[in-house]
Ligand binder design. Structure first.
Ligand code: SF4
Length: 379
């Protein structure tokens, strides 16, 4: 019997945010029902295969899962409970966007065992929200969090972003303070990365995307990483901060190299050391399931040096870092034998701290994680 995480992908959004390259699509409302039917079919099939395993964390992400109706959400939850053995203590999260949630949906989620809601807020500045293509106002974000709390959800995350075009330090500080005042348990704070293929990338190519300069970006990073702990949110991963007892256990599974199964279009799985990815095109996903086939597009066991690098940089994302003993056990190998030269260089650059038992990022390493992670990749 194995303990596994379950990820359920809902690839729909009301409108695409200008920075977003996630597998999510606007204007596909006509596919909501066929998608939910296909998803439920995939859940039944996989649940049958994994009947001896216990699901101890579930994460419904997207996209915006809460664009679906209360009825569709209820149908998905019912399938999960019918076809998987869900631990009584399982963390069960759903992503939601302000403006797509109401009391009826919240009650259905609660009845279906969801016990954690992650709200995509990004900023509490209305002009910034509209300039990055969000569908909601700051007031709607506050109202949504409060509505969830009134219904009885006590474990709530708010996503924030910094480094947005035109964002000031003052606006960022105001957003962090407003999120903290909402009495939420978790805050994820991400720096904007302009991703290829997004409208922001086009604007950047045209020279019209006014991003904060390097000094402002540094100041925003410092503010975020200092103010959140002052407000009771302890940093436990590069971009994640939680009150005591409220780390996201599902996301910890990813960083701790634990198994999880993903269902839905574009969902990824990591199971028995194999990485699998479902096809991302929503219509093809629906048609494949309808024809009785598996929607898996990629299936591979990563080459050992790649798997080791992946293991190391996922573990290093967390404040507790990498346990040398766990690494050695997992790969039946010797961590220092593999990486002594890399470790020496990274210590000299003050990017990591290494003892015999563990390796973790310094505060500078946390800021420049990508340099550290790149160093572990095979040449
Ligand atoms: S709501 Fe989230 S998933 Fe949807 S477009 Fe915006 S950032 Fe992307």
């Amino acid at each position: 019997m194995m303990k596994i995480g379950l990820y359920i992908h809902i690839p729909f959004c009301q409108q695409k945010c200008l920075y977003c390259d996630f597998p999510s699509h606007a204007n596909l409302t006509h596919l909501y029902q066929p998608y939910v039917a296909a998803l439920c079919q995939e859940i039944s099939g996989i649940g049958g295969v994994l009947s001896g395993d216990i699901v101890d964390s579930i994460y419904i992400g997207g996209g915006t899962p809460t664009v679906l109706s209360a009825k569709s959400l209820g149908q998905i939850l019912q399938h999960v409970h019918t076809h998987f053995s869900v631990a009584k203590t399982a963390e069960f999260s759903i992503e939601a966007n302000p403006g797509t949630i109401d009391k009826e949906k919240l009650l259905v989620l609660q009845a279906g065992g969801v016990n954690r809601i992650s709200f995509g807020v990004q900023t509490f500045s209305d002009p910034l929200l509209s300039s990055i293509g969000r569908i909601h106002s700051a007031a709607q974000a506050i109202e949504s969090v409060k509505m969830a709390q009134q219904v009885g959800f006590s474990n709530i995350n708010v996503d924030l972003m910094y480094g947005l075009p035109g964002q000031t330090i003052q606006q960022l500080e105001d957003s962090i303070l407003k999120a903290a005042e909402l009495n939420v348990t978790h805050i994820s704070a991400y720096g904007l990365k302009v991703e290829d293929g997004t409208p922001f990338a086009t604007l950047q190519d045209e020279g019209t995307l006014m991003l904060p300069d390097e000094d402002e970006d540094d100041a925003m990073y410092e503010l975020t990483t200092q103010l959140l702990p002052q407000k009771g949110f302890r940093r436990y991963e590069i971009s994640n901060f939680a009150k005591n007892g409220y780390k996201c256990t599902h996301n910890l599974k990813y960083w701790q190299y634990q198994p999880y199964i993903g269902v839905g279009a574009a969902a990824h799985s990591f199971f028995k050391k194999e990485r699998l990815a479902n096809q991302s095109d929503v219509l093809s996903y629906i048609e494949t399931i309808a024809s009785g086939q598996l929607p898996i597009k990629v299936r591979e066991v990563p080459e050992i040096r790649i798997a080791m690098a992946e293991y190391v940089f996922l573990a290093l994302r967390t404040v507790t870092g990498l346990s040398v003993e766990n690494f050695n056990q997992y790969f039946s190998d010797d961590f220092f034998g593999q990486y002594s030269h890399v470790i020496k260089t990274l210590i000299e650059k003050k990017l990591i701290i290494a003892t015999e038992k563990e390796i973790y990022l310094t505060p500078i390493g946390m800021k420049y994680g990508n340099i550290v992670f790149g160093a572990f990749l095979p040449e």
